[in-house]
Design a protein around this ligand. Structure first.
Ligand SMILES: C=CC1=C(C)c2cc3[nH]c(cc4nc(cc5[nH]c(cc1n2)c(C)c5CCC(=O)O)C(CCC(=O)O)=C4C)c(C)c3C=C
Ligand SMILES: [Fe+2]
Length: 424
């Protein structure tokens, strides 16, 4: 820990810290349900069609398979055809069906099957498939440069970033979330199979143990540092705030710089991914008091220092008997809190990962951070800048991958496809 941050943190004082002390197989959508309606049982299907894509405010499922693709074709018509084929397969797979009409064993023996088969017999498992378009998709290849939203400008480089280019960026991404890892992997594998010759996988990431709750009906899960993560998240029940902070709004023609010709994104959002490696072994040798001071919340209850319960609003003005703030100036929750950034919020939807070990006796583990917001440059960037500059947590983490994607609105019906408004 650096001198300055340790001083600020330990200004908190130990006394201050202590004082703070069975569903069915393939369930089809019912009338009135859309992609913002949610599965009741973990085996059920989440509706695919709707105003917004599923997989954003959908209560976070247990498992993730995230993939970024490079588009290898230079032909716009081939790209559109791919998006149409992917949409049809996604509509089927999210409802617990095989990727294609013939399936793993129903086609002619001479041809490769139109489903790979490893999800045969498995229910829909809450599968959602959410697509995003990266900044590089809007280069000269597909005639999309004039339709690139201003807010899809590259993220800045943050202090301490150790990004690996081969694990960052991508023309397209698909986030697959499900309660069964085999179902999530099957979905991404089949999209990659369908895309053969038109896209290639740039990188992919498996995740387990969601690190955020996105609904008040969900208990707050824990990240690999052992802390409840997602307490102060935006939740699907916060309908008014979702309009303010999550969904891209229709252009209103006002001369306020907000309209940028990207009307195709109305009802969509922006997705940020950051693969954050944790130095878990160092964290595990850190005292409980120091861990709690770094986060600004207790490890057991998840309450902000000075508060009793997890969902009590943090009081950043409270001081301990030593006159120091109970929540340190450099505590993670103070630096990330909306009150430190003019009220901006984001919807976090990340997952734990363990990619084996690193050959040096350490776990290759951490957080695959995912956030959705209306404008990443106004929401994610200021928060991450503050964290990158001051967060004491930085001594235990390293950002190794980054992505920014425009997430189009939902697919309305079987005649629609992912990104139609962008290409028409
Ligand atoms: C730039 C955005 C954020 C990154 C990157 C980030 C990394 C990160 N966070 C934790 C653990 C916790 N974060 C918590 C709260 C929290 N974090 C962010 C943003 C980023 N975190 C926000 C906006 C908030 C909410 C702040 C608030 O409104 O109070 C918490 C506390 C519980 C909670 O509210 O979720 C924990 C714990 C880790 C370990 C991590 C990188 C590995
Ligand atoms: Fe955080």
């Amino acid at each position: 820990m650096s001198g300055i941050s340790r001083r600020k943190l330990f200004g908190l004082g130990a006394a201050g810290v202590a004082a703070a002390g069975a569903g069915t197989l393939a369930v089809r959508s019912l009338p009135g349900e859309d992609a913002t309606t949610h599965a009741a049982a973990t085996s059920d299907a989440v509706p695919f069609y709707g105003e917004h894509q599923a997989g954003i405010v959908t209560p976070a499922q247990d498992r993730l398979h995230f993939v970024a693709f490079d588009v290898t074709t230079k032909d716009r018509a081939e790209l559109v055809d791919l998006l149409q084929s992917w949409t049809a397969a996604a509509a089927r797979m999210t409802q617990g069906q095989e990727a294609g009409a013939f399936g793993a064993v129903g086609g002619v023996p001479e041809a490769p099957p139109d489903d790979t088969g490893e999800a045969l017999g498995l229910p829909a498992s809450g599968l959602t498939l959410t697509i995003g378009f990266g900044p590089t998709l809007f280069d000269e290849r597909f005639g999309l440069a004039g339709r690139k939203p201003k807010a899809l400008a590259d993220l800045p480089k943050f202090p301490g970033d150790a990004l690996l280019p081969e694990l960052s960026g991508g023309d397209l991404c698909v986030q697959a979330c499900a309660h069964d890892p085999q179902v999530a992997v099957h979905a991404i594998r089949n999209l990659a199979r369908i895309g053969f010759g038109r896209v290639s996988v740039r990188y992919s990431q498996l995740g387990f143990g969601r690190t955020s709750s996105t609904s008040r009906a969900q208990a707050t899960p824990r990240n690999l540092m052992g802390f409840k993560d997602g307490t102060a998240n935006l939740k699907l029940e916060d309908t008014a705030m979702l309009g303010d902070h999550l969904w891209v709004a229709a252009e209103d023609g006002a001369d306020d710089g907000a309209d940028d010709g990207a009307d195709w994104l109305t009802g969509g959002s922006y997705l940020v991914t950051r693969k954050i490696r944790m130095h878990i072994e160092t964290w595990d040798r850190t005292s409980l008091a120091e861990q709690e001071a770094i986060i600004g919340r207790t490890k057991g209850e998840g309450a902000a220092h000075g508060s009793a319960k997890e969902f009590d609003e943090p009081d950043f003005t409270r001081k301990g008997p030593d006159g120091e703030s109970l929540i340190a100036d450099v505590a993670h929750v103070r630096l990330a809190h909306p009150s430190s950034h003019g009220g901006v919020r984001m919807l976090r939807r990340g997952y734990n990962f363990v990619d084996g070990s690193d050959g040096l006796g350490r776990l290759d583990a951490g957080l695959f951070f995912i956030s959705y917001q209306r404008d990443a440059h106004r929401q994610f960037v200021p928060v991450q800048l503050a964290l990158a500059r001051q967060d004491v947590l930085n001594e235990y983490i390293k950002h190794v991958s980054s992505g920014l994607f425009a997430v189009p609105p939902g697919v309305r019906d079987a005649g629609d496809y992912w990104g139609r408004a962008l290409f028409s």
